[in-house]
Write a protein that binds this ligand. Structure first.
Ligand SMILES: C[S@@+](CC[C@H](N)C(=O)[O-])C[C@H]1O[C@@H](n2cnc3c(N)ncnc32)[C@H](O)[C@@H]1O
Length: 226
């Protein structure tokens, strides 16, 4: 009989590696070196990584990367650093970058908290996107959620004054937690009374469409860094 801890380790490995389609595998082989930056426990010079100066936006958990590629394609003057742990997602975004010839996206495949702690300098970002961050939508799971005061404080320390944090979720209870956490961060100011209108640059995701079909709302939060 298998040991439960052994099963848990295997499961987390499978979740991280996932099942790669042949297209994703090819994209990793063909474009991985061009667009992926290996995780390092030292500060990354973002202007060197993108080979130009200009605003840098961090996206945490880009999933399959469809919205990331769409936003990057619509805003070629801005650079996007996507951080994702899931290998098929990395393969999928690489495929889109290769197919569309996008030059303004780089990927780090690693835990975003460590990337924020070790790789990103203070005041190095113009903004951060975290869309539909994790599956912990039940109230009793709120401690497992990514959006917590410490993470938001760390994130804000990496964002320049005048920059922004944009979160979105299709779970109302999570939206309430996001609003509370962002509102309590002293270096942030809400751009709306409570929730914001979806900014034009954020396309509808499959998660959002799923939520809409289930009759859920979608909540965007856009806060300015003071
Ligand atoms: C529910 S999906 C949403 C994907 C995408 N943002 C979208 O809207 O389609 C959440 C993603 O965040 C990633 N993720 C969650 N926590 C993360 C972390 N600490 N570091 C990097 N990626 C993370 C997961 O692997 C997953 O792909």
């Amino acid at each position: 009989m298998e040991h439960p801890n052994y099963m848990r380790r295997i499961r987390s490995f499978v979740l991280r590696q996932g099942h790669l389609s042949s297209g994703q595998e090819r994209a990793i082989a063909e474009f991985g070196e061009q667009f992926c930056i290996p995780y390092q426990a030292e500060v990354l010079d973002l202007n060197t990584a993108f080979a130009r100066t200009g605003p840098k936006i961090l996206e945490i958990g880009f999933g399959m990367g469809g919205p990331t590629a769409e936003i990057a394609s619509n805003k070629p003057e801005t650079d996007y650093l996507g951080v994702e742990v899931h290998t098929p997602g990395v393969g999928s975004l690489l495929k889109l970058l290769g197919e569309q010839g996008l030059q303004n996206v780089r990927i780090v495949q690693h835990d975003a908290v460590e990337v924020l702690e070790k790789m990103l300098a203070a005041d190095s970002l113009y903004g951060a996107h975290i869309f539909f961050p994790d599956p912990w939508h039940k109230k009793r799971h709120n401690k497992r959620r990514l959006i917590q005061p410490d993470l938001v404080k760390l994130l804000c320390s990496r964002i320049k004054s005048g920059g922004y944090v944009h979160l979105a979720t299709d779970w109302e209870d999570y939206a309430i937690q996001m609003l509370e956490v962002l509102s309590n961060e002293p270096t942030l100011q809400n751009t709306a009374e409570t929730y914001a209108e979806r900014p034009d640059y954020r396309p509808l995701t499959k998660f959002e469409n799923r939520g809409i079909k289930l009759g859920h709302g979608v909540w965007d939060l856009v806060f300015r860094k003071l």
